[in-house]
Design a protein around this ligand. Sequence first.
Ligand SMILES: [Fe+2]
Ligand SMILES: [Fe+2]
Length: 213
Amino acid sequence: MKFNEQQFKLETLKKEFCELLRSTRREGVDYVIEDLESLGFFDAPASTKFHLNYDGGLCEHSLNVCKVGLMLREEMIKMAPESESYLPKDSVIIATLLHDVCKADIYKKVMKKQKNQFGVWEEVPGFEVDYSNFPMGHGEKSVIRLLLSGLELTDDEMLAIRWHMTAWDLPFQSPEQKGNLNTARDICPLCSLVQSADTLASNIIERKEENPT
Ligand SMILES: [Fe+2]
Ligand SMILES: [Fe+2]
């Protein structure tokens, strides 16, 4: 992609992200956007080699999770009208758009060795992770970052962001953490919605044929 096209894509993603976030009119969203900008959120990839591993991928992933989350919410309300009361639209937008802000400061650009189509080793640009800026975990780091930025979060939003990695994290959690996670899912339907939206966006919308994980 040419530089101007790339810049245009990054700006378009950022604009869409900020407009959606501001649509919630939640106290503190402007501070969050300022902090995300200085952490590099809008330029970061979503992963080193899996989904959306290019500049702007993290913002694109967050928007995908938000769109899937809003679609799931609509469908859930059609099938179970009472769910509207525990799946407020603003909470879906906040929890999906901001679930991965923990990744904003972990990617470093590096040159990596890779075999080309002729089997010859060559250096290509890529990413590595470096957690040293604020090694605070994943979902819990997102919640803490947002609170430090001054965002008002409901308990349900904090739980949904904290536990969005369920399927990937579960085997590595202590019995106490597993108990917390199971209780969070029982008392907070937003947790299930955010987990599902994250999985569907990563594994279907952002699926890489050559690397389908
Ligand atoms: Fe995540
Ligand atoms: Fe995610």
